[in-house]
Write a protein that binds this ligand. Structure first.
Ligand code: GTP
Ligand code: MG
Length: 369
């Protein structure tokens, strides 16, 4: 969603805040202060009063991105993207490590996994699952803030000997707000003092109703130490993802998200999760105010691959600047276009970065041409 404060809107249309508020009251708004935040639609109405037009723009300039709601039923399947969340020390990394070790990609390539913020596990059935390795990470929150639905499934980890804790509740909030289905992993089931029933009861207090507790959320006791329950957890993820049946176009312009960015010996790199399209070396992409001509694509084992398809995490180099974690990635037709888009974005003011361009009506026409 796009928002702007009354103060900023007044500033953009060049009217003093007090006068602006008065005008809004004359328009029928009640108890307005200059600190109030207007949604895009309201801002558009008010701006029109001042002969300005609001252009809703999420910073994409004119790179094409597919509409959010589309009929995907005829498109190819893609791997589900799973995020592990839970309270500190409850065993998230241990579970991820177990899954990573069981991954075919890791064993095929000597098991030297690199940290690229996400990794892919191929199940015995041949189905791939992508795990986001950055729970609670700023990139995840940044993507959430931008309304990106990068995660298809949340695995909520709750330690059997510690039960629900503040960050568990936080994770429940994130998953619920994002309307992402949850699977509960009751971790450390091997430990003395484990009490899965208490965990289930505590979860229902916080709105997660597991099977046997009046709901249909799956809860699986696991130990990342002994491996107990881990196959069951994997199966639960596969079953849920098959039910959700995620699909994405592979032949359109590439769209994705930057999960992480860093500098390695071979240059600036970004871990990217592709949402639509197929990314190949030579492609030109823009993420925020950074652009790249893709030089090399690597999977999480550091192995060079020839293309990346939707749901696949991949490390890209060839960046001219370091892209920001959590930014949206879009394909550009030419280097010149990529540069133009970056320049346009760099020029935008802070209010415009909030997602609304308020421009004079005449100017609006010009910009739309
Ligand atoms: P943060 O990243 O710090 O939030 O922690 P985390 O949730 O990733 O937990 P992590 O996997 O690092 O595990 C925390 C501690 O619990 C470590 O000492 C692990 O060895 C231990 N631990 C994790 N899983 C299990 C388990 O299944 N059984 C037992 N006995 N110990 C576990
Ligand atoms: Mg951890």
């Amino acid at each position: 969603p796009e928002f702007i404060s009354v103060n900023n809107l007044a500033d953009v249309v060049g009217v003093r805040p007090a006068q602006f508020v008065q005008r809004m009251e004359e328009m029928g708004f009640e108890e307005i202060t200059y600190r109030d935040i207007l949604d895009a639609e309201t801002a558009g109405l008010v701006a029109a009063e001042f002969n300005y037009e609001a252009i809703f723009d999420s910073g994409k300039a004119d790179l094409y991105a597919a509409p959010e709601i589309e009929d995907t039923s005829d498109l190819p399947s893609r791997p589900p993207v799973v995020t592990i969340m839970g309270h500190v020390d409850h065993g998230k990394t241990t579970i991820l490590d177990w899954l990573r070790k069981s991954s075919v990609a890791a064993s095929e390539h000597g098991g030297i996994t690199q940290h690229i913020g996400a990794f892919s596990v191929t199940m015995p059935s041949g189905k791939a699952i992508t795990f986001l390795d950055t729970p609670g990470h700023s990139a995840f929150l940044e993507m959430r803030r931008r309304g990106a639905d990068v995660t298809d499934i949340v695995v909520l980890v709750v330690a059997a000997d510690d039960s629900v804790k503040p960050q568990t509740i936080e994770a429940i909030k994130h998953a619920t707000q994002a309307k992402v289905p949850v699977i509960v992993a009751i971790s450390k089931i091997d430990k003395e003092g484990n009490n899965p029933d208490r965990v289930k009861g505590d979860l229902s207090i916080h709105g997660i109703h597991v099977e046997d507790y009046g709901g249909d959320v799956q809860a699986i006791g696991v130990s990342g130490k002994t491996g107990q329950g881990m196959v069951e957890l994997e199966e639960a993820i596969v079953a849920l993802s098959e039910m959700l049946d995620h699909r994405a176009a592979t032949t359109c312009n590439v769209e994705g998200w930057v999960i992480e960015a860093s500098t390695k010996s071979y240059g600036r790199v970004a871990s990217v999760l592709i949402r639509r399209g197929t990314l190949r070396p030579g492609d030109i992409i823009v993420a925020g105010t950074a652009w790249a001509r893709v030089r090399t694509l690597r999977n999480e084992a550091g192995v060079t691959i020839s293309e990346a398809t939707p749901g696949m995490p991949v490390e890209i180099d060839g960046w001219r600047e370091q892209p920001g974690a959590g930014t949206e990635l879009l394909q550009a037709p030419t280097e010149q276009k990529a540069k133009d888009v970056v320049d346009y974005r760099l020029e935008k003011s802070d209010t415009q970065k909030m997602g609304i361009d308020i421009v004079a009506i005449n100017e609006a026409r010009r910009e739309l041409l």
